[in-house]
Every structure is written in structure tokens, then in C-alpha cells.
Design a protein around this ligand. Structure first.
Ligand code: HEC
Ligand code: HEC
Length: 353
């Protein structure tokens, strides 16, 4: 044998060793979910992670991404957060009500969430009963009709399913606590942003060709005649406050199917009031409202146009608008032009073992 073939064999052997070591060094679940730098906020989102009291870190976001998509966190291994908060629907879903473990039906629509790192007021859930994303995430895990687990079981799952090194990586200590689980999930959620929509490219990018004349008319109406901007304000188009539009009012029984904010505040004026949802990506997740009772954006605008559903607590801001059909359509087109980018994701192909 000459020198060349020997050298080639040695090289091939060395490559084999290196690639085996490599495969050992990076388990498939790490390859499927590498640590990435925090994403930059897209056009239209002026908020910055650095302004948050505890900004997310790439390590916590990686851990949170696994946990968000990991079905092993539910009581019967069938549901993850992403089962109801589907990335392709801006983290909402296309059904009026969510279906929890063992097919149990909830009463409210799973809200979409993008740009939730920055809210005008820290109110989460339709009735605002959670004051942070962390507190929020504790809810569904232990909710018997959502993921049906317990916080203790969730911590145990993380301990026995190979997560310990990633808690150490994210928090500097092996110890797995429920606070750390939800902190990591919340940090993942905080990185799901939406911007660079046609409206952003027009309004901020000053590109007059980014949207149609109809969308421009819709913008005028939204902040003018139709008064939508009274409540849907700021870069995420929400004041994060509670208002009554009469959704879910039963005129026969003279009561609300769901009292909404009242259950938390116990103030009479909050009966039937729900949190204003943000409108970015709104076209991605019909049906609409806390009960998913309005099938299309057009139906939503018609609801406002007719002055909502009259009831004793109807918001003083809701009244007949007198919008023509072309004006209704322009508002719909405007809302459709709020679909952008920055939140897309898919479940990691592998999870820690
Ligand atoms: C079975 C379906 C289901 C599962 C599973 C689920 N959620 Fe939800 N989620 C909902 C519904 C329904 C609501 C609204 C409930 C309410 O307002 O009372 C909600 C509300 C939220 C909100 C509030 C958004 C806002 O703008 O106020 C966030 C954030 C959220 N869920 C995150 C999560 C996380 C994190 C997980 C996993 C730990 C999770 N959800 C699991 C259905 C689900
Ligand atoms: C008084 C405050 C207020 C005004 C004015 C207002 N909204 Fe809303 N909007 C809300 C609240 C609160 C909800 C949720 C109500 C519920 O679920 O019961 C909502 C829900 C929506 C939704 C459903 C989003 C989803 O995720 O389900 C859309 C779309 C919407 N509004 C668009 C508009 C448009 C267009 C206008 C103007 C014609 C408008 N809003 C005016 C407060 C307001």
C-alpha cells in the first residue's frame, strides 16, 4: 500500500471519530433547538427588550421554546401550550372555544399573543386576572379542562425528562421550580413579535405603494369616523383595558353568559367587559371575540356599526357608526394589512430526554 491510501484511510477514520463525537456532543434535541440571539423587533415595534425589568435571555428562550411545545407537560401527554396557541394562527386557533385534555370544552377563545412583552397595562387573560406572563402560564397547566396537570407534576416532568442541564444553563442552577418553568415559557412568548406589516411599511417606512387606497381609507376611518382607535391604540392596537361591547349578552334572560372582568373586580360596571385584544395578525385567527361568536372581520365591523348589543353596561364609546358598505370593507382591508412577520415558529423536532 502506498502512502496516499493510508493517509486517506486515516483521514476517513478521523472524520468518523470526529463525527461520532460530534453527534455525542450535540444531542438531537439541542440541534433541533439551538441557542439563538434574541430577535430584533420588526418595523413598527419601537419597544426594546432592554427596557424590560428582566429582559429575556437566549438560554431561557431556548428552554421556554421546548416547554411551550412539550406535550409531556400535560396530564395525559396530549396537549402543549401550542395545541391551543398555534404559531400559524398568531398563537391563537380557529375554533370559538378551546378543547382541553380528554376533549373537554372551555368557554373562551384562546387569545392570540404577539408583542406581549410590552403591554400598556399588565393584564392577561380576557378578564385580566393574571398580572404577568409568568402568573398567566401557571394557569393552563393546572387548569383541569386545559392541560389538567399540577405544578408539582410539571416540575417532576422537567426533572425526569432531561431538562436539568437546560435549567442550569438558563438560571445558573440545576434546581427546577415552577417559577423557573413559567419564567422560561414567558421569555419565549416575549420573543414572539409581529411587525413589518404593509401598514408599518406605509406608515413608518413611508412606502406609499405598500398598501392600497382602500387600506389608507380604512386607516382614516379606524382613527376617525369609526373611533376604533379610542380603545385599539399604541403599537399593538390595544389599551389593555376592559370594555363592554355587549358580546355574550342574552336579551331574553337579561344577563351575560360570561360576566368577564366583573368576576375579578366585582364592580357592576365591569359586567360583560373584556380586555381589548391587540389587532396585529388579527386576520390569522377567526372567529373573533372572547367567545368566538363573530365569524369574520366583516361581522366584527358590523357589530360596531350597529352600535354593539345594547345592555345596561354597554361602553359609552359604543354607538351606531353609520358606516357605508364600502367603509366597512375598507376597515376590514385595513385590519388585514396588519399581518406582518416576526412570530413564525414550528415545534422543535426533538425534546430533552
Ligand atoms: C386547552 C387550550 C389551551 C392550552 C393548552 C393553553 N391555553 Fe393559553 N389560553 C387558552 C384560553 C381559552 C385562554 C383565555 C382564557 C381566559 O381568558 O379566561 C388562554 C389565555 C392565554 C394567554 C393570555 C393572552 C392575553 O392576551 O391575555 C396566554 C399568554 C396564554 N394563554 C399562554 C399559554 C401558555 C404559556 C400555555 C402552556 C403553559 C397555554 N396558554 C396553554 C387556551 C389554552
Ligand atoms: C370601547 C372600546 C373599543 C372600541 C371603540 C373598539 N373596540 Fe374592538 N374590541 C374591544 C374589546 C373590549 C374587544 C373584545 C370584546 C369581547 O370579546 O367581548 C374588541 C374586539 C375586537 C376585535 C376581535 C379581535 C379578536 O382577537 O377576537 C376586532 C377585530 C376589533 N375589536 C376591531 C375593532 C374595530 C374595527 C373597531 C372600530 C370600528 C373597534 N374594534 C372599536 C374594544 C373596542
Amino acid at each position: 500500500m502506498g502512502r496516499r491510501p493510508i493517509a486517506a484511510m486515516l483521514l476517513a477514520f478521523a472524520l468518523l471519530v470526529v463525527s461520532t463525537l460530534d453527534a455525542w456532543a450535540v444531542p438531537p434535541w439541542e440541534a433541533a433547538n439551538p441557542i439563538k440571539p434574541l430577535p430584533a423587533p420588526p418595523l413598527g415595534i419601537h419597544s426594546k427588550f432592554e427596557t424590560l425589568p428582566t429582559p429575556p435571555t437566549p438560554e431561557r428562550v431556548r428552554l421556554g421554546r421546548w416547554l411551550f411545545f412539550d406535550k409531556r407537560l400535560s396530564a395525559d401527554n396530549t396537549l402543549s401550550c401550542a395545541s391551543c396557541h398555534q404559531p400559524e394562527h398568531a398563537f391563537s386557533e380557529l375554533t370559538p372555544h378551546s378543547t382541553g385534555i380528554r376533549g373537554q370544552q372551555g368557554a373562551r377563545k384562546a387569545p392570540s399573543f404577539v408583542n406581549l412583552a410590552w403591554t400598556i397595562f399588565p393584564h392577561f387573560f380576557w378578564d385580566g386576572r393574571a398580572a404577568s406572563l409568568e402568573e398567566q402560564a401557571l394557569g393552563p397547566i393546572a387548569n383541569p379542562i386545559e392541560m389538567g396537570s399540577t405544578h408539582a407534576a410539571m416540575v417532576k416532568t422537567c426533572q425526569t425528562r432531561g431538562y436539568a442541564p437546560y435549567f442550569k444553563e438558563a438560571f445558573g442552577a440545576d434546581e427546577i421550580t415552577q417559577e423557573r418553568v413559567v419564567h422560561a415559557i414567558a421569555d419565549y412568548e416575549r420573543t414572539r413579535m409581529s411587525g413589518n406589516s404593509p401598514v408599518d411599511r406605509w406608515q413608518i417606512g413611508k412606502d406609499e405603494s405598500a398598501v392600497s387606497a382602500e387600506v389608507k381609507q380604512g386607516w382614516q376611518l379606524f382613527f376617525g369616523k369609526a373611533e376604533c382607535g379610542l380603545c385599539h391604540i399604541g403599537e399593538n392596537f390595544t389599551d389593555s383595558l376592559f370594555h363592554n361591547l355587549g358580546i355574550g349578552w342574552d336579551p331574553q334572560k337579561q344577563e351575560f353568559k360570561d360576566v368577564g372582568r366583573y368576576a375579578i373586580s366585582k364592580k357592576d360596571e365591569d359586567r360583560g367587559a373584556f380586555k381589548t385584544p391587540g389587532l396585529r395578525e388579527v386576520a390569522k385567527h377567526p372567529p373573533y371575540m372572547h367567545d368566538g361568536s363573530l365569524a369574520t372581520l366583516e361581522a366584527v365591523v358590523e357589530h360596531y356599526n350597529k352600535g354593539g348589543n345594547p345592555n345596561p353596561q354597554l361602553s359609552a364609546r359604543i354607538h351606531k357608526l353609520g358606516l357605508s358598505q364600502p367603509e366597512v370593507q375598507a376597515l376590514v382591508k385595513f385590519m388585514e394589512a396588519l399581518s406582518g412577520e416576526g412570530y413564525a415558529d414550528t415545534a422543535p423536532a426533538a425534546f430533552p430526554e
